[in-house]
Ligand binder design. Structure first.
Ligand code: GLC
Length: 842
């Protein structure tokens, strides 16, 4: 049996699962009397009967009594469920977005003595072998997508509730990605062992696993062909991605069903198709408010009020753009959530209003632990409402967190979610703009230190495994609901805030989460460390998290724990400048980490990094719109965009922003030259110099401390704006469309800049505008769609043009009002809102 090799403590405690008890206690008791508890693995056995309850689904009885269901869940999505107990669980998952329509594909069914075949209308099929049970998924062309390893069949253990299965790898060079937030080295998870159990891991070392989030979803990529697999199980799960044997990968759980979705990747077998289908299953992040894409500043903690004002003024006086300031736990009265320390913050409304007038939004932290104190109304109300988690004996579960003994809402109970969600009213009335939900793994402190040194995975650092939860109608214990607790807290926050301020877009930032967390929240990667290794790690971490369906992601800039050097902070801010969520945050006890805290030279460099972000905001905002519609991530690993270029498969020090910008940050100390690989399948222009750089090669380019290497895709049209100090100034900033030269003759590149009010839901009806462009060699057509009076389009800038053109025409008229910069290979053309076509004659 494979066990977690990194955890010091085995998190499983051996016991019957509830289902096992209910459905086969007699059978199991019989079995148990003959088999030792640790060795009761059983195979599924032979298929004895096949029924077809729906045209696209077959269900099988087996000799082990386990039941198997095989279904075309969507056109390119196969769902397999194995219920070891012989009875399927309630078909409900916190991960699934039930608000979406799906295509129920028509399918045909045939069977023989040897096998049962469910075939989709497009030819994709699932073939189930009957003696013994086995499963193979093939694509439209008949090629195998995924098949079980006959030497390592699916097994379950009704004594412990565990389940496991193994699949054949395509080859030893098949690579794996996704798995949400992992602090493991490298881009690919090939050869790694992964555990999903949300854990508070302060100052985690690289290689620590698990950490805060659990997303049991991955991609397999081999020779440009991809599929995805989502293991729909909220228990502690594990994946052995070829670590034990390069021939197979295996995965399993401590309980529940072996319920997994295979995303075949459609005809193209592409990562994009896999993610589209995964996003259709688990949902997307709704368009964030524009301010949440701005620069954000945090510390544990800024207080008192005068210090908060000083920080805000520090940005404005130094002309360093910023939109958000965070208040960490010390704003509260003795860590009582939804209260203020009135000494430190005598008049929150006034402070928040003044900050707002200066273009700052205020975000506060909210922890799930509610201080046990009879005179604290939130606690006493929660208690009388009966929304707190209880011990198995019915008494209230109390555990130490910041305020010492605390009670915890059971976020798997609708009533508790609604109650907690309603508490945000006070803060919303004060003008708080967003909420940061922390410690929601759930994390608790150890009161008796029986183990030294303190170990990361000590069972006392969360709720006891037998703690009961409501489970929204499927009551079970913490084994089943631990991994969704944080996501349900984020949901309670998101839904509560939305209900209280329906005209606004909630902003929630969560530390813990599960698959589907993206519907409610942005995610940051928790308590990282001020080291070069941690900076380097952010790229593989954030890109893998992004392709796991969570687009709004960022790491604490500068490192949360310890003090970075000026160089490290500057490189970190540069590397993060174009990541979806940009926030500096740190512990309070190592010194100041504001962008101006490292001396004049670094202040200038840091200012430029943040300015760069603000210049690209129209592009970033449009990417979020694309995400909400299709599931496409904002930040992307190179293999995701270029799966046909194998050189990209292991690159973990470059990333894409959308499909058009490649960023190659410096993540090593003292590095003033670095190797940069530019993928084939596109032509590339250096954003700063306008030089064309050959693709398919590593280039050694100079990377001075004040330069973030950026490359743009030939043919792309990328909107930018001038530097502003905060997003409140955006409306008056005119847009430049950067047209990247070098498009292949005959090719048409389409793109769209999305504009709306940056807040509210008008964009879901008619209050939006899209500036759609069509770029052909020598010409750009511009067509606005929609009527929203968005930022004006004022310039076209051709990037990477080597000569001044002989003639420039705007809507057919030759214009002279152009500027050509030979040193940067840029041509600037003034246009206006009525311009529909710009053409160049060379
Ligand atoms: C946790 C959070 C960190 C926060 C601290 C105090 O460690 O991860 O971001 O600053 O708690 O609230």
């Amino acid at each position: 049996m494979v066990k977690c090799e990194i955890s010091v403590i085995n998190l499983k405690s051996i016991s019957f699962t509830k289902r096992a008890v209910v459905f086969c206690s007699f059978f199991c008791a019989l079995l148990l009397s003959h088999v030792p508890a640790e060795a009761a693995w059983r195979p599924i056995g032979n298929v004895t009967r096949v029924t077809r309850p729906k045209p696209n689904r077959i269900v099988m009885d087996t000799t082990s009594r386990a039941k198997v269901s095989v279904e075309f869940f969507d056109i390119d999505v196969v769902r397999i469920r194995i219920a070891p107990t012989g009875v399927f669980e309630r078909d409900f998952s916190y991960a699934i977005d039930y608000s979406r329509d799906r295509h129920t594909p028509s399918a045909t069914f045939t069977q023989s003595a040897r096998e049962a075949v469910l075939k989709n209308f497009n030819g994709a099929a699932v073939t189930v072998g009957k003696t013994p049970y086995s499963v193979r998924i093939t694509d439209e062309s008949g090629a195998v997508v995924l098949e079980g390893d006959p030497r390592h069949p699916t097994l379950f253990d009704n004594t412990t509730g565990e389940i496991r299965t193994s699949k054949l790898r395509k080859s030893e060079v098949e690579t794996y990605y996704g798995f949400g937030e992992k602090a493991l080295t490298g881009m690919s998870r090939d050869g790694q062992y992964i555990v999903n159990w949300n854990t508070d891991t302060f100052a985690y070392k690289i290689g620590t696993d698990p950490i805060y989030q659990s997303i049991p979803f991955f991609y397999a990529l081999h020779n440009g062909r991809t599929y995805g697999l989502y293991f729909n199980n909220t228990f502690r799960t594990w994946f052995d991605m070829g670590k034990t044997s390069p021939e197979r990968f295996s995965f399993g759980a401590d309980g529940g069903e072996l319920d997994y979705f295979v995303f075949t990747g459609g005809k193209e077998r592409s990562p994009k198709k896999v993610l589209q289908d995964y996003a259709k299953l688990t949902g997307t992040t709704p368009q964030p408010p524009m301010w949440a894409l701005g620069n954000q500043q945090s510390r544990w903690s800024y207080y008192p009020e005068s210090r908060v004002r000083e920080i805000a003024a520090g940005f404005r006086s130094r002309k360093i753009p910023a939109d958000v300031i965070y208040l960490d736990i010390d704003y509260m009265d003795g860590y009582r959530v939804f209260t203020w320390d009135k000494q430190r913050f005598p008049d929150p409304l006034k402070m928040i209003t003044d900050l707002k007038n200066d273009g700052f939004k205020t975000v506060v932290i909210v922890d799930p632990g509610i201080k046990v104190a009879p005179n604290y109304s939130i606690y006493s109300e929660g208690k009388s409402e009966g929304i707190f988690v209880k011990n198995p004996d019915g008494t209230e579960l109390n555990k130490d967190v910041w305020p010492k003994a605390a009670a915890f809402p059971d976020f798997t109970d609708k009533k508790a979610r609604e109650w907690f969600g309603a508490q945000f009213k006070k803060h919303l009335d004060e003008g708080i703009a967003g909420f940061w939900t922390d410690m929601n793994e759930p994390a608790t402190f150890m009161t008796e230190r029986t183990e030294k040194p303190e170990i990361v995975y000590h069972p006392a650092k969360t709720f006891p495994l037998d703690t009961p939860h409501a489970g929204d109608g499927l009551p079970d214990d913490h084994r089943r609901y631990h991994n969704v607790y944080g996501m349900q807290m984020a949901r309670s926050t998101f839904e509560g805030v939305k209900k209280l301020t329906p005209e606004k877009r909630p902003f929630v930032l969560t530390r813990a989460g599960f698959a589907g967390v993206q519907r409610y929240s942005a995610v940051w990667t928790g308590d990282n460390y001020a080291s070069w290794d941690h900076l380097a790690l952010t790229i593989s971490m954030l890109t893998n998290l992004s392709v796991s369906g969570v687009p709004f992601v960022g790491a604490d800039v500068g490192g949360f724990a310890e003090m970075p050097s000026g160089e490290l902070y500057a490189r970190w801010l540069q590397a993060a400048a174009l990541t979806p969520f940009l926030r500096s945050h740190s512990v309070g006890w190592v010194g100041n980490k504001e962008p101006w805290a490292f001396g004049e030279d670094f202040t200038r460099i840091n200012r430029e990094s943040i300015e760069l972000r603000y210049r690209f905001l129209p592009y970033l905002y449009s990417l979020f719109r694309e995400h909400e519609r299709t599931g496409e991530p904002v930040m992307r690993p190179l293999w995701y965009e270029f799966p046909n270029d194998k050189q990209t498969y292991l690159i973990d020090d470059e990333y894409m922003v959308g499909g058009d910008i490649l960023v190659a940050p410096v993540v090593r100390q003292g590095m003033t030259t670095r190797g940069i690989y530019l993928p084939t399948g596109a032509d590339w222009i250096d954003w700063w110099t306008g030089e064309k750089i050959e693709s398919g090669k590593i280039h050694y380019l100079q990377t001075p401390i004040d330069r973030l290497p950026i490359f743009v895709r030939a043919g792309a049209v990328i909107p930018t704006q001038p530097v502003i100090q905060h997003t409140g100034e955006m409306q008056n900033a005119a847009v430049t469309l950067n047209v990247v030269a070098g498009i292949t003759p005959g090719k048409i590149e389409k793109s769209a800049l999305f504009q709306d009010a940056g807040e509210g839901y008008g964009y879901r009806s008619s209050e939006w505008r899209e500036i759609r462009t069509e770029h052909r060699s020598g010409s750009l057509k511009i067509e606005p769609f929609g009527t929203f009076p968005g930022q004006k389009i004022e310039y076209i800038e051709v990037v990477g043009i080597s000569q001044r053109p002989r003639e420039v025409r705007v809507d057919g008229q030759i214009v002279e009002n152009i500027e050509f910069d030979n040193s940067r290979k840029r041509l600037r053309i003034k246009i206006d809102e009525r311009t529909r076509e710009v053409s160049l004659v060379r």
